[in-house]
Design a protein around this ligand. Structure first.
Ligand SMILES: Cc1ncc(COP(=O)(O)O)c(C=O)c1O
Length: 480
């Protein structure tokens, strides 16, 4: 029994009392022991094949279509290694599409989650919330405020809802402006509205088009300064065509789903200045970039924080959020919801932010920059070894590029086989079978996308990942 239970005034005081703290320590010690058996890639266990097939069949029945990969986790892993329910162990180079920054079975995060699970409620909301909801938002704001004017934060439980919140702020502040500016090939989420802003026709088949969106091209490194001029002129033209009608320009500073496309500061600054001059909100969607570039916010790395009015984050933060300046603070009634997030997500998210901030991850020589360097070194070696896999990549404008790898920080891509969809898909499936889970991004060209667990990945672990990938690409290269 705890001593002095009646005097305990907070969950952390309760979780720190000796019997509870010892119980958590015991569980985590056992976990560390269990995960220590996961040391490298492993083939599936034949005796688990039938039950694994049954899991997949059930999942297929539930969703009405098969999953992208035959992936069912067993609930255990070890850093970037994950164990599946068929007994196989694989390198997780996609981390739930950027969510599991500290990989699998991280003892500190599991301890945090165990303590959080002792809390009085599973979920927290906008009416009733606990201290960690406040602290999570404060940490985000403290980090953002160092290099921007962002002052407030609305926490919510998905990236799409953070984006919906951002859009509402922009509409309200700039009412009656009804149009949205976005980049070609951008991604914003999958609600009916965001599917219309996202530049992907497949994502809005059958959805009535109710939101007027004007697209301008993202930066094209093949055309450098001309690309900057083209986009700026394009923006000026649509502003002239619909004066006063644009509520915001939603910008991914690195395009995620669109293909890990990057752009220099010189591309964004004139666009942001033009928006500012025309009273158009600069809304930066950092849902995929947040935490995994060489600063916690990529707007900081680019040095454009002064221009941003609204910023959205999600994925590796566990709970998602919309941050905004005092000027964009909405009227009461605009933003709310039953849920802020789960108690575990808020505790773990807060812990992740603290670990990232204090763990030497950022800056030009931080852990994430070192991962980027290791990835690039491996890519250069792979290209030297297999120039035939890395020929020119055809572009939408009919020209081609030799940029066969790109990205920034922990957003890494490579483009074998000219970005051909069927060969990339084949390569990804062979990689999966051989023990590396990655995913694709872009469309015509397609790329192999890596979102490694930046919190725990060590640069030398790329050695084995690339070994497996090389063998998988060799098999894919042979297939028709
Ligand atoms: C840039 C960007 N915005 C928004 C979203 C939507 O986030 P969620 O899937 O959590 O709704 C994503 C998800 O991939 C994203 O990459």
């Amino acid at each position: 029994m705890t001593s002095g239970t009646s005097e305990i005034s907070s969950l952390s005081a309760f979780a720190d009392c000796p019997p509870v703290a010892e119980a958590v320590d015991t569980i985590v010690r056992e976990l560390v022991e269990a995960r220590s058996l996961i040391t490298g890639v492993r083939r599936p266990a034949p005796e688990l094949a039938a039950s694994y097939e049954a899991h997949l069949a059930r999942q297929t029945q539930i969703k009405g279509r098969p999953p992208v990969y035959p992936y069912v986790g067993c609930g255990l892993g070890h850093g970037p290694l994950v164990q599946l329910a068929d007994g196989s162990v694989k390198w997780d180079m996609i981390s739930g599409i950027g969510v599991h920054a500290f990989g699998h079975s991280d003892p500190d995060l599991v301890a945090t989650a165990l303590r959080a699970a002792l809390s009085d409620t599973v979920m927290q909301g906008n009416l009733q919330f606990n201290t960690e909801a406040i602290e999570f938002a404060e940490l985000l704001l403290a980090e953002a405020a160092r290099t921007s004017r962002l002052e407030h934060c609305f926490v919510i439980n998905s990236g799409a809802l953070a984006n919906e919140s951002a859009l509402k702020l922009c509409y309200q502040h700039n009412a009656p402006a009804d149009r949205v500016l976005a980049f070609a090939h951008g991604f914003a989420g999958r609600t009916t509205t965001l599917a219309q802003i996202t530049d992907s026709s497949a994502g809005r088949v059958g959805i009535p088009l109710t939101v007027p969106v004007d697209y301008v091209p993202f930066y094209d490194p093949e055309h450098g300064d001309d690309s900057i001029k083209e986009t700026l002129n394009g923006l000026q033209q649509v502003i002239d065509r619909y004066p006063g009608r644009h509520a915001c320009f939603v910008m991914e500073l690195v395009q995620g789903e669109g293909g890990f496309n990057v752009a220099p500061r010189e591309f964004f600054v004139p666009l942001m200045e033009l928006c500012r001059d025309n009273g158009i909100a600069v809304w930066v969607d950092e849902i995929q970039t947040f935490g995994r570039t060489c600063e916690m916010f990529y707007f900081e790395q680019l040095g454009v924080g002064d221009y941003v009015d609204v910023v959205t984050v999600g994925k590796l933060s566990q709970a998602c959020a919309c941050l905004y300046t005092a000027q964009y603070n909405p009227k009461p009634g605009l933003l709310s919801a039953t849920f802020v997030g789960s108690t575990v997500a808020l505790h773990v998210g807060r812990r992740i932010l603290a670990r990232l901030r204090e763990g030497g991850y950022y800056g030009p020589d931080g852990r994430i920059a070192r991962l980027q360097t290791a990835f690039r070194k491996h890519m250069q070696a792979l290209i030297e070894q297999h120039p035939d896999w890395f020929g020119p990549v055809p572009q939408a404008d009919g020209r081609s590029t030799q940029r066969v790898y790109d990205g920034v920080g922990g957003m890494m891509r490579l483009t074998p086989f000219g970005g051909d969809r069927s060969k990339i898909t084949k390569a990804l499936h062979v990689m999966f079978d051989e023990g590396v889970i990655a995913f694709y991004c872009g469309h015509e060209p397609y790329h192999i996308r890596f979102l490694p667990p930046v919190g725990v990945m060590q640069p030398q672990q790329f050695d084995e990942v690339f070994e497996i990938m090389e063998a998988a690409l060799a098999r894919a290269a042979q297939s028709d």
